[in-house]
Ligand binder design. Sequence first.
Ligand code: SF4
Length: 366
Amino acid sequence: MTKPILFNLTDAELTQFLGDMGQPKFRAKQIREWLMRGAPDAASMKNIPETLRRDLDSVAQMLPVKIIKKLQSADGETTKFLLELNDGETIECVLMRTTYGNSVCVSSQAGCAMGCRFCASTLLGLKRNLTANEIFAQILIAQWELRGDKFSDKPIRPNGDANNNDVSHIVIMGTGEPLQNTENVIDFIERANRDMGIGWRRITVSTCGIVPGIERLIEWGRPINLAISLHAPTDELRSQIMPINNKYKLSQVLDAAWRFTDTHNRQLMIEYILLGRRNENGDTELYNATPEYAEKLSELLAGKNCMVNLIPWNAVDERDFASPSGNAVHRFQDILIKNGIHTRIRRERGTDIGSACGQLRLNNAK
Ligand code: SF4
């Protein structure tokens, strides 16, 4: 028999569940506080009676995800988790300790149907959407990693200070396309803001360009950040590496994205993976990272309020691309800067702990 998941219960249901175990009403509040800190089991809940901790662990599960692998980068800045959902599906989430706070990259789907040619997360297809609780549980896993059972008088209220042991930023950029699971993602963001105090402007949704999903975000009206996975400045090139471009063309995607950012006076994030290809001689030729494409990208974004994140490709064994040289990456960036486009090279984090997004999950399935 599957155990009930306490995090999934409403307050009334949790009170009822504990009442059936002979517990007073205040116990539900105590346990909810532990769940909101990401306690992985009842044994960690120090202020409840020992017998109850034992009983609870035998009859219930705390969170709707559990850690099956945890990798820590040598510099201590990045922790990558492979998590198992209750039906055995797996997802990844990543905690990054940065100079501006503690950021968590969460998954919104188990697998992905979008088929981007450079990505490991889509190789096994889409398994299913995550519930809002399953997305939320990923930030609780990170929160427990940061603070564990160390209670402080201060409630969990992120302040963006790197020394603060709380999650302060969320990026929905892990496995899956968030705007194929829009309502659960919106539900999750509302709760992260309300229950964890994470400000709208510290939450970023990244999409490969689902236009109706961007329109839904405009209608929803919260001033979060939007990131577009662009990866190519022409429809011809983009359609070769991102099948979604056959449905929503670049101009449609950017038009919807500018409408979103104009509504909230926000800067649009543009994600651009720099790809190379090996030729017959084994040399790397530039693919979407040539100076010509840098010029085309500049034309596309001229005069717009945006920041281009250049991401040198992180090798995926199953994919037929190569990383461009450092020189090629800097040349691409220099052209954007010369043309007045804000840009930065995304610092590679945790390269010693398992590589590209989706690779950990893929290796686990082999
Ligand atoms: S890059 Fe994002 S949208 Fe594209 S296949 Fe990977 S997870 Fe899906």
